[in-house]
Design a protein around this ligand. Sequence first.
Ligand SMILES: Cc1cc2nc3c(=O)[nH]c(=O)nc-3n(C[C@H](O)[C@H](O)[C@H](O)COP(=O)(O)O)c2cc1C
Length: 333
Amino acid sequence: MFHTEICDLLGIRYPILQGAMQGAGGPRLVAATSQAGGLGILPTFGGTEEALRADIETARGLTDKPVAVNITPMGKAFTESRARICVEMEVPIVTTGRADPGEDAVGTMKDAGIKVIPVIPSVQHALRVQAEGVDAVIASGSEAGGHVGGVATLALVPQVVDAVDIPVLAAGGIGDGRGFLAMLALGAVGVQLGTALIATEEADVSDWYRNAILEMQATDTIVTTALTGATVRCIATPEIRAYEEARLSGAPKQELQRLRQITRQNHGHADRVGGADSNERRQGAAGQVAGLITRVRPTAEIIEHMIQDAAALSNGLADLAQASAPGAERAAE
Ligand SMILES: Cc1cc2nc3c(=O)[nH]c(=O)nc-3n(C[C@H](O)[C@H](O)[C@H](O)COP(=O)(O)O)c2cc1C
Protein backbone atom coordinates (compact mmCIF):
# COMPACT_ATOMS: atom_id res chain seq x y z
CA MET A 1 0.00 0.00 0.00
CA PHE A 2 1.27 3.46 -0.96
CA HIS A 3 4.46 2.03 -2.41
CA THR A 4 6.04 5.10 -4.05
CA GLU A 5 9.34 5.72 -5.82
CA ILE A 6 10.91 6.79 -2.51
CA CYS A 7 10.32 3.25 -1.16
CA ASP A 8 12.43 1.84 -4.00
CA LEU A 9 15.07 4.57 -3.73
CA LEU A 10 15.55 4.03 0.02
CA GLY A 11 14.71 0.34 0.31
CA ILE A 12 11.80 0.84 2.72
CA ARG A 13 8.27 -0.56 2.92
CA TYR A 14 6.27 2.57 3.70
CA PRO A 15 7.06 6.13 2.50
CA ILE A 16 7.26 7.43 6.08
CA LEU A 17 10.45 8.93 7.52
CA GLN A 18 11.05 9.69 11.18
CA GLY A 19 12.69 13.11 11.00
CA ALA A 20 15.86 13.41 13.03
CA MET A 21 15.07 14.86 16.44
CA GLN A 22 17.98 16.08 18.50
CA GLY A 23 16.97 15.67 22.12
CA ALA A 24 14.05 13.30 21.40
CA GLY A 25 14.86 10.70 18.76
CA GLY A 26 17.63 8.37 19.88
CA PRO A 27 18.54 4.90 18.60
CA ARG A 28 15.42 3.26 20.07
CA LEU A 29 13.00 5.48 18.15
CA VAL A 30 15.13 5.27 15.02
CA ALA A 31 15.23 1.47 15.13
CA ALA A 32 11.52 1.20 15.95
CA THR A 33 10.63 3.32 12.92
CA SER A 34 12.83 1.36 10.54
CA GLN A 35 11.63 -1.93 11.99
CA ALA A 36 8.02 -0.83 11.40
CA GLY A 37 8.71 -0.29 7.70
CA GLY A 38 9.56 3.44 7.70
CA LEU A 39 12.99 5.04 7.90
CA GLY A 40 14.53 6.05 11.23
CA ILE A 41 17.03 8.92 11.13
CA LEU A 42 19.62 9.66 13.83
CA PRO A 43 20.44 13.28 14.73
CA THR A 44 23.95 14.74 14.90
CA PHE A 45 23.09 18.30 15.91
CA GLY A 46 25.66 19.43 18.46
CA GLY A 47 26.84 15.88 19.17
CA THR A 48 30.36 14.46 19.13
CA GLU A 49 31.79 12.10 16.53
CA GLU A 50 32.01 9.32 19.13
CA ALA A 51 28.35 9.76 20.04
CA LEU A 52 27.34 9.47 16.40
CA ARG A 53 29.35 6.28 15.90
CA ALA A 54 27.89 4.80 19.09
CA ASP A 55 24.32 5.74 18.13
CA ILE A 56 24.68 4.17 14.68
CA GLU A 57 25.97 0.94 16.26
CA THR A 58 23.20 0.89 18.87
CA ALA A 59 20.42 1.48 16.33
CA ARG A 60 21.83 -1.18 14.03
CA GLY A 61 21.83 -3.60 16.94
CA LEU A 62 18.07 -3.10 17.29
CA THR A 63 16.99 -3.51 13.66
CA ASP A 64 18.22 -5.17 10.48
CA LYS A 65 16.48 -2.51 8.38
CA PRO A 66 18.20 0.64 7.01
CA VAL A 67 19.17 3.29 9.55
CA ALA A 68 19.82 6.85 8.30
CA VAL A 69 21.70 9.84 9.74
CA ASN A 70 20.85 13.54 9.69
CA ILE A 71 23.61 16.11 9.39
CA THR A 72 22.69 19.61 10.48
CA PRO A 73 25.34 21.68 8.70
CA MET A 74 27.08 23.65 11.46
CA GLY A 75 30.11 24.83 9.52
CA LYS A 76 32.20 23.10 6.85
CA ALA A 77 34.42 21.13 9.26
CA PHE A 78 31.44 19.71 11.19
CA THR A 79 29.54 18.77 8.03
CA GLU A 80 32.54 17.11 6.40
CA SER A 81 33.56 15.15 9.50
CA ARG A 82 30.02 13.78 9.94
CA ALA A 83 29.83 13.00 6.21
CA ARG A 84 33.13 11.08 6.51
CA ILE A 85 31.75 9.00 9.39
CA CYS A 86 28.66 8.18 7.32
CA VAL A 87 30.90 7.04 4.45
CA GLU A 88 33.14 4.97 6.77
CA MET A 89 30.20 3.33 8.50
CA GLU A 90 28.35 2.72 5.24
CA VAL A 91 25.27 4.68 6.24
CA PRO A 92 22.96 4.28 3.21
CA ILE A 93 20.93 7.51 3.54
CA VAL A 94 21.75 10.96 4.92
CA THR A 95 19.30 13.81 5.39
CA THR A 96 20.45 17.34 6.10
CA GLY A 97 18.68 20.15 7.91
CA ARG A 98 18.73 23.88 8.53
CA ALA A 99 21.43 24.89 6.00
CA ASP A 100 23.02 23.70 2.77
CA PRO A 101 25.41 20.79 3.18
CA GLY A 102 27.47 22.24 0.29
CA GLU A 103 28.54 20.66 -2.97
CA ASP A 104 31.73 19.10 -1.52
CA ALA A 105 29.96 17.20 1.25
CA VAL A 106 27.16 16.11 -1.09
CA GLY A 107 29.81 14.93 -3.59
CA THR A 108 31.74 12.95 -0.96
CA MET A 109 28.58 11.13 0.13
CA LYS A 110 27.20 10.60 -3.37
CA ASP A 111 30.56 9.14 -4.52
CA ALA A 112 30.22 6.60 -1.71
CA GLY A 113 26.74 5.64 -2.88
CA ILE A 114 24.89 7.42 -0.07
CA LYS A 115 21.46 8.83 -0.90
CA VAL A 116 21.40 12.49 0.17
CA ILE A 117 18.11 14.19 1.03
CA PRO A 118 18.10 17.77 2.38
CA VAL A 119 15.21 19.29 4.30
CA ILE A 120 14.31 22.60 2.62
CA PRO A 121 11.94 25.45 3.55
CA SER A 122 11.54 27.14 0.14
CA VAL A 123 11.50 26.61 -3.63
CA GLN A 124 14.78 28.54 -3.98
CA HIS A 125 16.52 26.27 -1.47
CA ALA A 126 15.13 23.18 -3.23
CA LEU A 127 16.51 24.33 -6.59
CA ARG A 128 19.91 25.06 -5.02
CA VAL A 129 20.33 21.59 -3.53
CA GLN A 130 18.94 19.94 -6.65
CA ALA A 131 21.80 21.62 -8.56
CA GLU A 132 24.24 20.11 -6.01
CA GLY A 133 23.09 16.65 -7.08
CA VAL A 134 20.92 15.47 -4.18
CA ASP A 135 18.54 12.51 -4.62
CA ALA A 136 15.33 14.00 -3.20
CA VAL A 137 14.18 16.86 -0.97
CA ILE A 138 11.96 17.10 2.07
CA ALA A 139 9.82 20.24 1.86
CA SER A 140 9.19 21.30 5.44
CA GLY A 141 6.52 23.84 6.27
CA SER A 142 6.49 26.48 8.97
CA GLU A 143 4.14 24.51 11.26
CA ALA A 144 6.90 21.91 11.84
CA GLY A 145 8.79 21.43 15.08
CA GLY A 146 12.50 22.40 15.08
CA HIS A 147 14.13 24.78 12.59
CA VAL A 148 11.51 26.33 10.32
CA GLY A 149 11.13 28.69 7.39
CA GLY A 150 8.17 30.92 6.68
CA VAL A 151 5.94 28.97 4.27
CA ALA A 152 3.25 26.55 5.49
CA THR A 153 3.32 22.92 4.29
CA LEU A 154 0.06 23.15 2.30
CA ALA A 155 1.43 26.00 0.16
CA LEU A 156 5.06 24.84 0.05
CA VAL A 157 4.78 21.23 -1.08
CA PRO A 158 3.00 21.68 -4.44
CA GLN A 159 5.25 24.62 -5.32
CA VAL A 160 8.37 22.54 -4.69
CA VAL A 161 6.85 19.60 -6.56
CA ASP A 162 6.32 21.86 -9.59
CA ALA A 163 9.79 23.39 -9.38
CA VAL A 164 12.12 20.37 -9.13
CA ASP A 165 12.66 17.16 -11.10
CA ILE A 166 13.60 14.98 -8.11
CA PRO A 167 11.22 13.27 -5.65
CA VAL A 168 9.71 15.50 -2.96
CA LEU A 169 8.70 14.40 0.53
CA ALA A 170 6.58 16.57 2.82
CA ALA A 171 7.15 17.50 6.46
CA GLY A 172 5.42 19.77 8.92
CA GLY A 173 2.05 19.20 10.53
CA ILE A 174 1.53 15.55 9.58
CA GLY A 175 0.06 13.52 12.41
CA ASP A 176 -2.17 10.79 10.99
CA GLY A 177 -3.56 9.15 7.85
CA ARG A 178 -5.38 12.33 6.86
CA GLY A 179 -2.19 14.37 6.78
CA PHE A 180 -0.31 11.56 5.01
CA LEU A 181 -2.92 11.27 2.24
CA ALA A 182 -3.15 15.06 1.87
CA MET A 183 0.60 15.21 1.22
CA LEU A 184 0.37 12.53 -1.48
CA ALA A 185 -2.46 14.52 -3.04
CA LEU A 186 -0.13 17.54 -3.16
CA GLY A 187 2.38 15.51 -5.15
CA ALA A 188 4.72 14.33 -2.40
CA VAL A 189 6.07 10.77 -2.66
CA GLY A 190 6.26 10.38 1.11
CA VAL A 191 6.25 12.18 4.45
CA GLN A 192 8.58 12.96 7.32
CA LEU A 193 7.18 12.99 10.86
CA GLY A 194 8.69 14.67 13.89
CA THR A 195 6.33 15.90 16.60
CA ALA A 196 3.92 12.96 16.13
CA LEU A 197 6.69 10.58 17.26
CA ILE A 198 7.74 12.43 20.45
CA ALA A 199 4.98 10.92 22.60
CA THR A 200 5.89 7.36 21.66
CA GLU A 201 7.06 4.50 23.83
CA GLU A 202 10.46 4.60 22.14
CA ALA A 203 11.31 8.34 22.19
CA ASP A 204 13.98 9.39 24.70
CA VAL A 205 12.18 12.29 26.34
CA SER A 206 11.58 13.50 29.87
CA ASP A 207 8.17 13.11 31.53
CA TRP A 208 7.77 16.88 31.34
CA TYR A 209 8.32 16.89 27.57
CA ARG A 210 6.03 13.91 26.86
CA ASN A 211 3.24 15.34 29.02
CA ALA A 212 3.59 18.76 27.42
CA ILE A 213 3.06 17.21 23.98
CA LEU A 214 -0.03 15.33 25.21
CA GLU A 215 -1.58 18.39 26.82
CA MET A 216 -0.71 21.06 24.26
CA GLN A 217 -3.03 22.83 21.86
CA ALA A 218 -1.86 23.83 18.38
CA THR A 219 -1.53 27.41 19.67
CA ASP A 220 0.97 26.45 22.39
CA THR A 221 4.06 26.60 20.16
CA ILE A 222 6.20 29.63 19.34
CA VAL A 223 8.94 30.39 16.81
CA THR A 224 12.01 31.70 18.55
CA THR A 225 15.62 32.61 17.87
CA ALA A 226 16.51 32.12 21.55
CA LEU A 227 17.65 28.52 21.30
CA THR A 228 20.01 28.26 18.32
CA GLY A 229 20.04 31.73 16.78
CA ALA A 230 17.95 30.51 13.82
CA THR A 231 14.15 30.26 13.88
CA VAL A 232 13.03 27.20 15.86
CA ARG A 233 9.42 26.19 16.57
CA CYS A 234 9.16 24.94 20.13
CA ILE A 235 6.86 24.66 23.12
CA ALA A 236 5.83 28.17 24.18
CA THR A 237 7.10 28.19 27.74
CA PRO A 238 6.83 31.39 29.81
CA GLU A 239 10.61 31.86 29.46
CA ILE A 240 10.56 31.68 25.66
CA ARG A 241 7.52 33.96 25.47
CA ALA A 242 9.33 36.49 27.69
CA TYR A 243 12.37 36.40 25.40
CA GLU A 244 10.32 36.84 22.22
CA GLU A 245 8.22 39.66 23.71
CA ALA A 246 11.40 41.47 24.74
CA ARG A 247 13.00 40.90 21.33
CA LEU A 248 9.97 42.18 19.44
CA SER A 249 9.68 45.25 21.66
CA GLY A 250 13.31 46.15 20.93
CA ALA A 251 14.79 45.36 24.38
CA PRO A 252 18.52 46.13 24.80
CA LYS A 253 21.09 43.47 23.89
CA GLN A 254 22.08 42.74 27.50
CA GLU A 255 18.50 42.14 28.55
CA LEU A 256 18.00 39.77 25.60
CA GLN A 257 21.17 37.93 26.53
CA ARG A 258 19.94 37.51 30.12
CA LEU A 259 16.56 36.18 28.96
CA ARG A 260 18.19 33.87 26.39
CA GLN A 261 20.43 32.45 29.10
CA ILE A 262 17.33 31.51 31.14
CA THR A 263 15.71 29.71 28.18
CA ARG A 264 18.91 27.78 27.50
CA GLN A 265 19.20 26.67 31.13
CA ASN A 266 15.72 25.28 30.82
CA HIS A 267 16.52 23.65 27.51
CA GLY A 268 18.63 21.09 29.36
CA HIS A 269 21.08 18.80 27.67
CA ALA A 270 20.80 15.27 26.43
CA ASP A 271 23.58 13.11 27.92
CA ARG A 272 24.69 12.64 24.37
CA VAL A 273 23.00 13.04 21.02
CA GLY A 274 19.94 10.88 21.06
CA GLY A 275 20.75 9.77 24.59
CA ALA A 276 18.46 9.78 27.59
CA ASP A 277 16.98 13.18 28.18
CA SER A 278 17.42 15.07 31.42
CA ASN A 279 14.27 15.04 33.53
CA GLU A 280 15.05 18.57 34.63
CA ARG A 281 14.48 19.80 31.14
CA ARG A 282 11.61 22.26 30.77
CA GLN A 283 11.89 23.08 27.09
CA GLY A 284 11.64 21.31 23.77
CA ALA A 285 10.97 21.69 20.06
CA ALA A 286 7.45 20.84 18.91
CA GLY A 287 5.24 21.54 15.92
CA GLN A 288 1.62 22.66 15.74
CA VAL A 289 0.44 19.10 15.11
CA ALA A 290 1.06 18.49 18.83
CA GLY A 291 -2.57 19.52 19.32
CA LEU A 292 -3.58 16.24 17.66
CA ILE A 293 -1.58 14.02 19.98
CA THR A 294 -3.35 12.85 23.09
CA ARG A 295 -1.80 9.55 24.11
CA VAL A 296 1.50 7.68 24.16
CA ARG A 297 1.62 4.94 21.53
CA PRO A 298 4.14 2.51 20.12
CA THR A 299 5.83 3.89 16.98
CA ALA A 300 4.82 0.86 14.90
CA GLU A 301 1.14 1.47 15.73
CA ILE A 302 1.34 5.09 14.56
CA ILE A 303 2.90 4.04 11.26
CA GLU A 304 0.50 1.13 10.61
CA HIS A 305 -2.56 3.25 11.44
CA MET A 306 -1.33 6.08 9.25
CA ILE A 307 -1.16 3.74 6.26
CA GLN A 308 -4.43 1.93 7.00
CA ASP A 309 -6.39 5.12 7.72
CA ALA A 310 -5.03 6.76 4.57
CA ALA A 311 -6.09 3.72 2.52
CA ALA A 312 -9.64 3.79 3.95
CA LEU A 313 -9.86 7.52 3.42
CA SER A 314 -8.61 7.24 -0.13
CA ASN A 315 -11.27 4.60 -0.92
CA GLY A 316 -13.93 6.84 0.61
CA LEU A 317 -12.78 9.78 -1.52
CA ALA A 318 -12.80 7.63 -4.65
CA ASP A 319 -16.42 6.65 -3.87
CA LEU A 320 -17.28 10.29 -3.33
CA ALA A 321 -15.72 11.32 -6.65
CA GLN A 322 -17.60 8.50 -8.36
CA ALA A 323 -20.93 9.42 -6.77
CA SER A 324 -20.57 13.07 -7.74
CA ALA A 325 -19.42 12.39 -11.30
CA PRO A 326 -21.76 13.79 -14.00
CA GLY A 327 -24.55 11.31 -14.71
CA ALA A 328 -23.92 9.35 -11.49
CA GLU A 329 -27.31 10.28 -9.99
CA ARG A 330 -29.19 9.17 -13.07
CA ALA A 331 -27.26 5.92 -13.18
CA ALA A 332 -28.18 5.26 -9.55
CA GLU A 333 -31.93 5.67 -10.19
C1 LIG B 1 12.40 17.84 19.03
C2 LIG B 1 12.76 18.04 17.60
C3 LIG B 1 14.09 18.01 17.23
C4 LIG B 1 14.46 18.15 15.88
N1 LIG B 1 15.78 18.04 15.52
C5 LIG B 1 16.12 18.08 14.21
C6 LIG B 1 17.47 17.84 13.82
O1 LIG B 1 18.37 17.62 14.64
N2 LIG B 1 17.76 17.90 12.48
C7 LIG B 1 16.78 18.14 11.53
O2 LIG B 1 17.09 18.17 10.33
N3 LIG B 1 15.49 18.33 11.89
C8 LIG B 1 15.14 18.28 13.19
N4 LIG B 1 13.82 18.43 13.55
C9 LIG B 1 12.78 18.49 12.49
C10 LIG B 1 12.19 17.08 12.23
O3 LIG B 1 13.18 16.22 11.72
C11 LIG B 1 11.00 17.11 11.25
O4 LIG B 1 11.40 17.57 9.98
C12 LIG B 1 9.86 17.98 11.76
O5 LIG B 1 9.64 17.73 13.12
C13 LIG B 1 8.59 17.68 10.95
O6 LIG B 1 7.52 18.48 11.36
P1 LIG B 1 6.45 18.01 12.50
O7 LIG B 1 7.15 18.26 13.79
O8 LIG B 1 5.29 18.92 12.29
O9 LIG B 1 6.14 16.57 12.26
C14 LIG B 1 13.45 18.35 14.90
C15 LIG B 1 12.09 18.40 15.29
C16 LIG B 1 11.74 18.24 16.62
C17 LIG B 1 10.29 18.29 16.98
